[in-house]
Write a protein that binds this ligand. Structure first.
Ligand code: IVH
Length: 706
């Protein structure tokens, strides 16, 4: 075969294989046998070996690349990845609809239900229609770059299909998200081959995606089903107006969706679907843990919006929790990060819902009393979703009289300090602010992945640092010297050097991460993000060298050697925090009264003022993403009309942009909101005609928490 013939043949074989893949994975058709496909693939392989100049990255033979060295790069998601609310019963589902209905009075909601696949969420980015990269969910803002292993998944196409006569090169950047799963069969094969490495298919899928060697990933057989798509609204591809259209578009583009989705015009129909799928569940080739119920219309979805954590328009309707019995061997007290003492039942290890449970929470003293749990009792334990296992009930008939009652200790089991239980509260706390355990856990929280993310500072090292009195609090970490570290067990020159370097690098930190790291009671990642967005800190520009950049900064260009970034000094943060009142905090959407109170108390505590001073002296700087301050309006298009009470048009536009939204000049079906002031123009009428939501300045400011 000469070169020209070879080239043509290679093209033909590739086309054919792409078509086969689409028919097999997306259309679920099996017209041609796998044996025939393998033969074609072999021929392609051989030809490409002979004529390597014709190998292209999108060839089906090019799925397995080389082994990745070291860690995964962290990549910022195009828009933050949310999670889903859970519910476990028809009542809870109906409550959800009722809450939603209040936000969209008079609108008839319709729903799509999809299987809730038990795998891991993954985003695949296509640029100009070509597979570009794959990112895990990570912390929702940053994910891990797992392109190399996802490339090996046969149901993830390396190239999209051309639709509506469009050319791939004109396609916008497309983010297609879905679930990577391992079938039960592949999981069992894997366990047979490699021994019992993973507890269940989900862990196996997650472990395989995070494999450094793509050959291993390819051998372990993963599958992917897509369920969401996202791209710039004003592109050549019309944006889907509903979840149903989104699923259709995914399929048209050649992305496999799980075809067990159904459309429902009422919740009663959703409930019926749930009871049917419960019966089918055991026969499916993969694990599912319920249904995801999604409000179908995108207009409704936009009107409903999101809470801090999850969209209001979707909910995970999960199968009832799984139960089992076990024996209470002992009752332990766990001292939490905020000093809370939680009694924990130490159980005879028992398998529940696919994983071994050996501890279950007893919540608090009153709960133990109410359920009358005693050491030696046989109990029913329950595990629901990702929730910590719970002791539900004691089987009192099985008692033999030797069971022992539990008494809450009078002093902290860790530091011996006094314990207090405020009037009207159920939780007891260690009152010693220097309690070792509290301390230790606060420090562990501080260095953890979602906070300062300091490599080489695990539990053991933190423990040693405290024991040797080298640090008292997290801020002291930054004044550690080589000579301090070298006294510690297992610390040699290299390890010392690495840790000091990691500490130095982590000094420039994203503002929300810093807030999260403070370990303020009730302030999780999302709340930290909300608070950070709300603060308007004065910043200055500094230049960060690539060598100074820590993982979490990869947002600022991955390729360039240095990057200009906006940072704020700690005193800026201190004065902004000091100005906050409980009311203002409570007014931030997503922050409730209890949380507002807790943040306020933290700020007012003098000790924390001194704590923040220490960070300032250590040279910690807070990174405030410059262009986009938040993604609250990501994916939303606004049109402004009329005179707004306080904002100029430019200010309003700037706010839209800063929050990740888009300001457009004319109203169309693609417009999400018309922001109207007094004496609005024809745009107001257009909005009414097209059924586009009209909002005033107050509502708009609320959307961005101003
Ligand atoms: S939609 C806003 N659809 O469930 C998040 N999620 O508990 C969009 N999952 O992180 C998720 N099947 O990993 C959606 N058909 C489905 C799903 C699904 C499984 C997972 C997903 C998500 C988790 C939330």
């Amino acid at each position: 075969m000469d070169k020209t013939e070879a080239k043509q043949r290679i093209e033909k074989l590739k086309e054919w294989l792409k078509k086969w893949n689409y028919e097999y994975f997306v259309l679920d058709r099996n017209d041609i046998s796998e044996a025939a496909r393998d033969k074609i693939k072999k021929e392609l392989h051989e030809l490409e070996d002979q004529f390597p100049e014709f190998v292209t990255p999108d060839s089906p033979t090019q799925r397995v690349g080389s082994v990745l060295s070291g860690k995964f790069a962290k990549i910022k998601h195009l828009r933050p990845k949310q999670s889903l609310m859970d519910c476990f019963s028809n009542e809870e589902l109906e409550d959800w609809e009722e809450r939603n209905q209040k936000l969209v009075p008079g609108e008839k909601l319709d729903y799509i239900t999809e299987y809730k696949l038990d795998g891991l969420n993954l985003s695949v980015i296509y640029e100009k229609g070509k597979f570009h990269r794959a990112i895990t969910r990570g912390d929702g803002v940053y994910g891990e770059d797992v392109t190399h292993s996802v490339r090996t998944i046969p149901s993830v196409p390396l190239e999209l299909r051309e639709i509506r006569g469009l050319k791939l090169k004109d396609y916008p950047v497309i983010e297609a998200s879905g679930e990577v799963i391992m079938t039960i069969k592949s999981f069992e094969d894997l366990n047979k081959r490699e021994g019992q490495v993973f507890a269940n298919p989900r862990n196996a899928a997650a472990g395989t995606v995070r494999q450094l060697d793509p050959k291993v990933s390819a051998d372990r057989k993963l599958d992917m089903y897509f369920y969401s798509i996202y791209f710039e609204k004003n592109s050549v591809i019309p944006y889907p107006e509903s979840q149903k259209e989104a699923l259709k578009l995914l399929q048209d583009l050649g992305l496999r969706v799980n075809t067990n989705f159904t459309h429902h015009s009422s919740l009663a129909s959703v409930e019926k679907a749930m009871s049917e799928v419960e019966k089918k569940r055991a026969k499916l080739p993969y694990h599912i843990d319920g249904l995801v119920v999604k409000v179908n219309s995108r207009r409704h979805q936009n009107l409903l919006g999101s809470t801090a954590k999850a969209p209001r328009w979707a909910i995970a309707f999960k199968f009832p929790a799984e139960q089992s019995t076990s024996k209470v061997l002992d009752i332990d007290i766990q001292v939490g990060r905020t000093g809370a003492l939680t009694p924990v039942a130490i159980l005879e290890p028992t398998l529940v819902a696919g994983s071994t449970v050996s501890r279950a929470t007893l919540h608090n003293e009153d709960e133990i009393e109410r359920k009358d749990v005693r050491i030696g009792d046989t109990v029913i334990i329950q595990k629901a979703g990702d929730i910590i296992p719970e002791v539900m009930e004691v089987l009192k008939d099985l008692r033999n009289g030797k069971e022992k009652k539990f008494k809450m200790p009078k002093s902290c089991p860790v530091c011996g300090g006094p314990i207090g239980r405020p009037e009207g509260e159920v939780v007891s706390r260690c009152k010693n602010k220097n309690c070792y355990a509290v301390h230790q856990q606060q420090l562990e929280h501080f260095v953890s992945r979602k906070a300062f993310d300091i490599d080489g500072l695990g539990e053991k090292v933190v423990e040693q640092l405290i024991e040797n009195k080298l640090i008292e609090d997290a801020a002291d970490l930054f004044s550690l010297q080589a000579s301090d570290l070298l006294q510690l067990e297992l610390f040699k020159d290299k390890k010392t050097e690495n840790l000091l370097e990691a500490l130095e690098k982590s000094k420039v930190i994203l503002l929300p991460r810093f807030i999260f790291a403070m370990g303020i009671r009730h302030v999780g990642e999302e709340t930290a993000e909300l608070l950070a967005d709300h603060l308007d800190l004065k910043t200055k520009t500094i230049t960060l060298k690539k060598s100074q950049k820590k993982n979490q900064l990869s947002l600022f260009a991955e390729e360039s050697a240095e990057e200009k970034v906006e940072v704020a000094e700690i005193p800026e943060l201190q004065s902004a925090l000091k100005k906050l009142t409980v009311d203002e905090l409570n007014g931030i959407e997503g922050i409730g009264e209890k949380v507002a109170q807790s943040i306020y108390e933290w700020i007012q505590d003098e000790k924390n003022e001194a704590y923040l001073d220490k960070f300032d002296r250590a040279g910690v700087k807070l990174l405030v993403p410059a262009a986009k301050k938040s993604t609250k309006l990501a994916g939303l298009t606004f049109v402004i009309t009329g005179t707004l009470p306080s904002l100029s048009r430019d200010q309003a536009k700037e706010l839209i942009k800063q929050n990740g939204g888009k300001a457009s000049s004319s109203v169309s079906k693609k417009t999400d909101y018309v922001l109207a002031g007094s004496e609005p123009g024809s745009k107001y009428d257009d909005a009414q005609k097209l059924g586009v939501a009209i909002i005033d300045e107050k509502k708009f400011l609320k959307m961005i928490n101003k």
